[in-house]
Design a protein around this ligand. Structure first.
Ligand SMILES: NC(=O)c1ccc[n+]([C@@H]2O[C@H](COP(=O)([O-])OP(=O)(O)OC[C@H]3O[C@@H](n4cnc5c(N)ncnc54)[C@H](OP(=O)(O)O)[C@@H]3O)[C@@H](O)[C@H]2O)c1
Length: 337
């Protein structure tokens, strides 16, 4: 099968697609999935260079987020609710290959109103943003939310979710194009370019001097954003896309009675697995009702051009969820008729 195989650590731009990689063998509790689309994440770039917290032994296939179908020759383990041919989305190491062995517990049925491209970027991005806003920040309708990197993968999902939950959203991003995306695809009420000096003043002006109740920050801009947080506000540490782990003087927390909370969605699998289904139930209901909808970057990269997609993501050129097309849905579906 075609797959992006890592035999030694290198930047993805230095790795060629393998045309004849062996198909994976599903282990206990696993199914074989025909991958149609895969979501690109910054951690894929780190993993290919050996710089990520989770490094499989060589050789391994890169990629984690995916959407596809349970393969015609897949085993169906006891308790697995899926049948061969079912459309699914989820996470499994090796998503950048035509087939992947996935734990069935890490898969969910792909909503009927979604394409594989849309489904490929759901599994990490959306529950992260939902749990951050609802579980960690306890967002209430009518509150002000500031989302940084508001056109990025998790950012634009957070903008949509905050709006759907009845909040007033100020999008903050690094260019006018990304602010336009945040308003058009996210539904943000206001946009602020955070590359401009004193952008926090603009946020204070928009909120009538009060400041925002919730800050959702995947960039590493908590300290800067606290200049425009409201009394008793909550700031959510989502990530450090700017590359540095922020440090914070704690007097800033005390001065306005604020709370700083973190979100590590991946850790729920080990720490609080019983909580995960309720998050997905809420999200799938919102997708089904059309209140929120995944935003896919318009340039979908064929598997052969995966390194270009990862490069564009790394260079901050993309918005929404960047997706690689592993198989063409229509060609493949027709060939089975
Ligand atoms: N906590 C969790 O459970 C969890 C889950 C998923 C992701 N994350 C983290 O959230 C962060 C964002 O993920 P994502 O999928 O939304 O990524 P993404 O789609 O690549 O978006 C990241 C955005 O960050 C902004 N940014 C600012 N400075 C940057 C820099 N120096 N280099 C690159 N981007 C920069 C860019 O927007 P502008 O151009 O507008 O500045 C960029 O588009 C990552 O750090 C990721 O690890 C955390």
């Amino acid at each position: 099968m075609r797959a992006f195989v890592i035999n030694e650590y290198a930047h993805p731009s230095k790795i060629a697609l393998t045309a004849d990689a062996p198909a994976p063998t599903p282990g206990a509790g696993e199914v074989l999935v025909d991958v149609y689309s895969a979501g690109l994440n910054f951690f894929d770039i780190l993993q290919s260079q050996g710089k990520y917290q989770n490094q499989p032994p060589f050789p391994f296939v890169l990629g984690t987020e995916l959407a596809g179908r349970i393969a015609a020759d897949s085993p169906i383990p006891a308790g697995c609710p899926f049948q061969r041919g079912d459309r699914v989305f989820g996470a499994a190491q090796g998503a950048f290959g035509e087939q992947v062995a996935a734990k069935w517990t890490q898969l969910l049925p792909l909503p009927e109103n979604m394409t594989y491209d849309q489904g490929a970027g759901l599994h990490i991005t959306w529950p992260t943003s939902y749990e951050a806003l609802v579980g960690r920040a306890q967002l209430k309708p009518g509150e002000w939310v500031l989302v940084t990197a508001s056109a990025g993968g998790v950012g634009v999902a957070a903008v949509q979710l905050a709006k759907a939950l009845g909040a007033k959203v100020i999008a903050a991003a690094g260019s006018q194009e990304k602010l336009d995306v945040s308003m058009h695809y996210g539904g943000a009420d206001f946009g602020v370019n955070y590359t401009k000096p004193n952008w926090q003043q603009e946020v204070l002006k928009i909120t009538g001097g009060k400041g925002v109740d919730v800050i959702y920050d995947p960039v590493g801009l908590i300290r800067d954003s606290l200049k425009c947080i409201a009394w008793k506000g909550r700031a959510i540490v989502v990530g450090f896309a700017a590359g540095e782990i922020e440090k914070l003087p704690l007097n800033l927390v005390l001065l306005k009675n604020i709370a700083i909370v973190g979100i590590h969605w991946g850790a729920y699998t080990k720490k609080e697995p019983e909580h995960i289904p309720s998050v997905w139930k809420a999200l799938l209901d919102m997708f089904a009702s059309g209140r929120v909808s995944p935003v896919v970057y318009p340039q979908v990269f064929p598997l052969e051009k995966l390194a270009d997609g990862l490069g564009a993501l790394e260079q901050r050129k993309t918005w929404g969820k960047v997706v690689a097309r592993v198989r063409d849905e229509h060609t493949h579906e027709k060939s089975k008729l």
